[in-house]
Design a protein around this ligand. Structure first.
Ligand code: SF4
Length: 448
């Protein structure tokens, strides 16, 4: 039987936190390989619950609901940020653990590495360097979000032998064809497969999705670049899988990471299934749900099903900016959604609102207004610093406006490193002040 090694690489950045990060695409690829009678072997460098990490003190980083701090190690800074006074770190497995796991993975026909944020590309190339040293002569193929948004950059810098951009199963077909393995996938992967959590001995939480893509086209978001249109999965299958995970993996938390979970009727159907079958766990929606679809029935179903984290995408309270960035929310939608949630029984402990900071064209006053709206409604603000994502309309505008060129090291677009490099962008001090205002409101709302 053919064997493929699947690797979720390190993160290398100035900061990182396990806010329910799971390599969902890789877990689907693992399931697809099993379907094709190919044996997957998975190494997730970001698995904080890996049993080998206990001796490194990994559990000391645990926080709420399965989130927590990664193990970290300071490493040499890339040249592009040499003059910036921040420590650069590698997050995830210590190198010796990765090397040991690679040696223990046995003989494989190829290695598929996934990728997430474009500005984490140093973690990708560093992981590939180690794989190359431990598995000389084995083809290394790269897919994932970074490979899709910046394929030429990935070809030039990742060290992979072959880059497979794209979403869904297309990259897998390309990768298997590259290895000379029959790659005809005769199944509907999103309906027929579940992400393969069997690879984790003790996952503690699981991330699942019930839909793909989003019908909106916000100027700062890559969803429409990654997925064509919007597709919802049969809710019965998702319920079955959540039940299976809770029973077999003893999960305490299930996290939905859809881009647009409230679009259509799928979410309500799912919630009714979960309620009827008395599936009890803690659920979370950290990805900024659409206020306009959060009606009273939805709020009630969420309350009955024990949701502990509900993030609503407000982003901006400026009606003009709401419209020019994609029209996904209006202040009226937001007020109504919050009212529905509070009437259903939620409090500011569970509900918070994403507020974008440093969007090109945004004023400081807009953010202060959004904070006032949050205070008025009793909703915790969650500051979300704008990062230009390659391929989005906002990215193109900044490139066309000469703010940076397409060859820029993506690391420099990370808002933790350089927040204010475009004309009119906020200074580091302004961003700090706004973050402190948000923190002070959070403290006030929690009664501290
Ligand atoms: S609504 Fe959300 S997921 Fe959809 S395009 Fe806008 S930001 Fe992206």
């Amino acid at each position: 039987m053919k064997r493929i090694l699947l690797v979720n690489p390190w993160i290398e950045d100035v900061s990182a936190y396990d806010y329910w990060l799971k390599p969902l695409g890789l877990l689907y690829i693992s399931s697809a390989l099993k379907h094709l009678v190919i044996e997957p072997v998975v190494i997730d460098c970001l698995d904080r619950y890996d049993l080998e990490l206990v001796s490194f003190g990994a559990r000391r980083g645990d926080r709420h609901f399965g989130t927590g701090k990664f193990l970290e190690e300071e490493i040499a800074k890339p040249r592009s940020i040499a003059s910036i006074p921040r420590k650069f770190k590698r997050f995830g497995f210590p190198e010796e653990v990765l090397r040991r796991k690679l040696r223990g993975s046995g003989s494989v026909d190829g290695v598929f590495v996934t990728s997430m944020m474009t500005y984490w590309h140093y973690g990708v190339s560093d992981t590939i360097r180690v794989i190359r040293e431990e598995k000389p002569g084995i083809p290394i193929l790269l897919g994932g979000v970074y490979a899709t948004l910046l394929p030429d950059h990935a070809r030039q810098y990742s060290g992979a032998d072959f880059v497979c951009p794209g979403t869904g199963m297309k990259p897998l077909e390309k990768a298997l064809a590259h290895l000379g393995i029959d790659s005809t996938l005769q199944f509907d992967w999103f309906e027929d497969l579940d992400p393969d959590y069997s690879i984790y001995e003790s996952p503690r939480y699981a991330v699942v999705i019930t839909s793909l893509g989003c019908p909106f086209r916000c100027t700062y978001c890559a969803s429409s670049f990654l997925w064509d249109g919007f597709l919802s999965r049969d809710s019965f299958r998702t319920t079955e899988y959540i039940k299976f995970l809770i029973e077999t993996k003893h999960l305490s938390d299930v996290v939905f990471f859809d881009d647009a979970i409230l679009v259509g009727n799928g979410f309500k159907e799912l919630m009714r299934e979960i309620e009827n079958r008395r599936i009890r766990t803690r659920f979370h929606l950290p990805n900024g749900v659409h206020a306009r679809f959060l009606d009273m029935e939805t709020a009630g179903l969420m309350f009955e099903n024990n949701f502990k984290t509900i993030k609503i995408g407000l982003e901006t309270s400026d009606p003009a900016l709401q419209n020019t960035t994609g029209g996904k929310v209006s202040s009226r939608d937001f007020y109504q959604a919050i009212q529905n949630l509070f009437e259903a029984g939620f409090t500011s402990r569970e509900v918070s609102a994403y507020i974008m900071v440093n969007l090109p064209g945004q004023s400081e006053k807009d953010i202060l207004n959004s904070l006032e709206v949050c205070e008025e409604l009793g909703v915790n603000p969650s500051i979300n610093e704008f990062t230009p994502i390659p391929g989005t309309a906002q990215w193109k505008d900044l490139v066309d406006g000469g703010m940076f060129n397409e060859e820029i090291d993506p690391l420099l677009l990370n808002n933790s490193i350089l927040p204010h490099w475009w004309e009119g962008g906020f200074s580091f001090k302004t961003i700090q002040r706004l973050k402190e205002a948000a923190w002070s409101l959070r403290r006030k709302l929690s009664g501290e």
